[in-house]
Ligand binder design. Structure first.
Ligand SMILES: Cc1cc2nc3c(=O)[nH]c(=O)nc-3n(C[C@H](O)[C@H](O)[C@H](O)COP(=O)(O)OP(=O)(O)OC[C@H]3O[C@@H](n4cnc5c(N)ncnc54)[C@H](O)[C@@H]3O)c2cc1C
Length: 396
């Protein structure tokens, strides 16, 4: 892995840096009240459109579908510069990191043309319908049915823990198209228009106070056969590709958030007092902050290593699971340290007049609990590393 930038990469970085300097909105971080969710989301959507129009969205996506056609290394630089500039994240998280790359890998030309550009410019927001009440870690248990009826599939069933379901225009859905099939056979990956009659979205309230994810119910939803992504009955293979992208790349977006929060916490540690003096002078706090800094650096370097490998092989491998374990557990440790630095202030939620950063810290602490569950639990990631990286026998 070569960490020095080529002249082309330096030029790319400088151009992006200048654009961000001129365009990143100041003071954009708003509170997390339930009633602010839509407003916040719409703000991030407008921001993504602006990034797209300036030519910075989909850095490594093909040019003919609205991307920049640049290298994965330039994609890494993009993430780093966004973090450095304190820029807001892009709204269409799942479209950009999961669905788009899956369509690029296995979609038909017509599907690429139909969907990719609208993912990049945030015209169409995506969600991911994989998990069901009895199929989370083990997607082999998927029961949502897709029955062929002429040139349509009729979908019936239920999904759960569906992030962005409340704002999504489209859903990447894993269904069982062969009712006789068992386990991973007979699954089909279908792109479903969330405005189709028979789709019912019910938000679920989380301990953060938000309703970020939803239950989805499908009642006789008609979906044209051309919306099948990959081959009929090969949905497991397609879904594995999506999951590998999720594990390998979701962390790169997280890095922006972690770095910004870390810098802010260091700043706060100088003004918040602990035992009568600034927290930054407390030897234990200093140790913990330094440890967090080291871990975020490790995450950054591992991300570069993963991207280097991805640029050589074209597809993310099981190593993505190592990164997923690392960033999710790192974030839980980091948010715990934040509560120690901020003391009682860390418990004040949005809307409380005394809350630091409008309750962002209480929100983040609670939200990190889901990090070791979403995109596959830590136990499942360790199983993948044990089996596919270390070659140990299967655990189940
Ligand atoms: C914030 C958040 C966002 C999410 N967003 C989405 C989304 O957008 N779309 C979507 O489809 N899903 C989403 N999910 C769901 C997520 O993918 C599942 O919750 C996850 O895969 C675990 O499935 P489960 O909840 O059914 O738990 P289960 O699979 O029932 O697991 C329960 C426990 O058993 C352990 N376990 C299970 N199998 C094994 C094994 N073989 N070996 C060792 N331990 C095991 C698990 O680690 C876990 O601790 C989201 C979840 C969260 C928390």
């Amino acid at each position: 892995m070569d960490l020095s930038l080529t002249p082309q990469e330096t030029k790319f970085r400088d151009g992006l840096r200048a654009w961000l300097q001129a365009n990143v909105p100041s003071d954009w971080e708003s509170g997390r009240n339930e009633d602010e969710m839509l407003e916040r989301f719409n703000f991030l959507r407008v921001w993504q459109k602006k990034v797209y129009e300036a030519g910075w969205a989909g850095i490594s996506w093909p040019k003919e579908y609205g991307g920049r056609g640049a290298t994965l290394m330039e994609q890494v630089i993009f993430v780093e510069e966004m973090a450095r500039a304190g820029a807001p994240p892009l709204a269409n998280t799942l479209g950009l990191s999961l669905v788009g790359p899956t369509i690029i890998n296995v979609g038909t030309d017509a599907q690429k043309k139909r969907y990719l550009q609208k993912i990049l410019n945030a015209d169409e927001i995506w969600c991911q319908g994989f998990s069901e009440p009895n199929a989370g870690s083990d997607l082999a248990g998927v029961r949502t049915e897709a029955r062929l009826d002429g040139d349509h599939y009729i979908i019936n069933g239920q999904k759960v823990w569906n992030s962005y379901g409340w704002v999504a225009d489209w859903c990447a859905l894993v269904t069982r198209s062969d009712p006789q099939s068992q386990k991973h056979d007979g699954l089909t990956y279908i792109l479903v228009d969330m405005k189709s009659p028979g789709v019912d979205v019910r938000p679920l309230r989380q301990m953060t106070g938000e309703s970020e994810f939803c239950e989805l119910f499908f009642h006789n939803v008609r979906v044209p056969v051309e919306n099948v992504l990959g081959k009929v009955g090969q949905g497991w293979k397609v879904a594995l590709g999506t999951l590998a992208h999720e594990r390998a790349t979701l962390g790169s977006g997280m890095q922006i958030v972690f770095k910004r929060q870390f810098d802010r916490l260091v700043e706060l540690s100088r003004s918040v007092t602990r035992n009568g003096r600034p927290a930054s002078e407390d030897p234990v706090i200093r140790q913990k902050l330094a440890q967090s800094y080291a871990e975020i650096e490790i995450m950054r370097l591992n991300q570069m290593r993963a991207i280097t490998r991805l640029s050589q092989s074209g597809l993310p491998g099981p190593e993505g699971s190592i990164q997923k374990i690392f960033w999710s557990e790192l974030n839980q440790r980091f948010q715990q340290i934040a509560t120690e630095v901020l003391g009682p202030y860390a418990q004040l939620t949005a809307g409380n007049g005394h809350a630091i950063d409008d309750g962002q810290w209480a929100y983040s602490y609670l939200r990190t609990r889901g990090n070791t569950i979403e995109a596959g639990t830590s136990e499942i990631q360790r199983n993948i590393v044990g089996h596919f990286v270390l070659g140990l026998p299967k655990s189940y």
